[in-house]
Design a protein. Structure first.
Length: 256
């Protein structure tokens, strides 16, 4: 039945017979992180996220105090898009959030603003979170404020992609002319340097190579770096290649 404890408890994957603010808060946080639109690209994620918030609000405000062991406020979860260059060098972000406070029963929520500094150290992993305890909402008079949590996510890069936290991937295109006649392929690094590799049959056959120490710093030891994994994409029109080869043989052996 809608608008019932059982209905909203089910939305948080809980049993209506075993509820406390701690249980509700824990399930809310797990599901909110799982279905947050910034984390989950699935089409149904946004609607599920809204359902989860509604269920959390209902259960936290409507349940009898006899059913609730205490009252806790939901966390404010904010994603921070960090560029790969900022991961290499480290960076500091200043973020201002809005929060609500209810100071006494019957009073309307008061909107407030607070600014935080988040220090991103070299090599910080995607998914790393920074928690500021008791700095968020206070939706229940006399209750402890909820937490504010900032989660690191990778800002998309036009040519590089982070893999396994410390490695970078790059795809190098090889033209048909270079594929047929040989030459050098230039490989950029995140520090705007250039590595060069001679194009040969072995390189094409392997399809990729690893350049050590040109990835991202290790979070546990920023003096060490991951690797740059280079994949090769050969842009060849095979019909033209076959025609060229045939013409060469025709000239060599006077084929008709």
């Amino acid at each position: 039945m809608e608008n019932s404890v059982e209905h909203y408890a089910a939305k948080l994957e809980l049993s209506a017979n075993h509820l406390s603010s701690e249980i509700i808060h824990k399930s809310y946080r797990r599901l909110a992180l799982k279905y947050h639109p910034d984390k989950n690209p699935a089409p149904e994620a946004n609607a599920r996220f809204i359902d989860i918030r509604q269920a959390y609000t209902f259960l936290m405000t409507k349940l009898s105090p006899l059913r609730m062991l205490d009252q806790k406020n939901p966390p404010i979860v904010i994603n921070i898009a960090v560029s790969l260059s900022q991961i290499i060098h480290g960076s500091t972000f200043r973020k201002t959030i809005s929060r609500f406070s209810v100071t006494s029963p019957g009073k309307r929520k008061r909107k407030e603003y607070k600014t935080f500094e988040i220090h991103i150290s070299r090599g910080t992993f995607a998914g790393t979170s920074f928690k500021f305890a008791n700095e968020g909402h206070q939706l229940f008079p006399g209750s402890a404020r909820g937490d504010v949590v900032f989660c690191v996510e990778d800002k998309p890069h036009p040519i590089f992609k982070r893999v396994n936290q410390t490695n970078l991937e790059y795809t190098a295109s090889i033209s048909q002319r270079k594929f047929l006649s040989g030459g050098v392929v230039l490989i950029p690094t995140l520090e705007n340097e250039l590595e060069w590799k001679q194009i040969n049959a072995d390189l094409i056959r392997r399809g990729s190579l690893c350049i050590s120490g040109k990835g991202l710093p290790l979070m546990t030891d920023p003096t060490k770096r991951g690797d740059l994994i280079v994949h090769f994409k050969v842009n060849v029109d095979w019909i033209k290649v076959e025609r060229t080869v045939y013409n060469v043989f025709q000239k060599l052996f006077s084929l008709k």
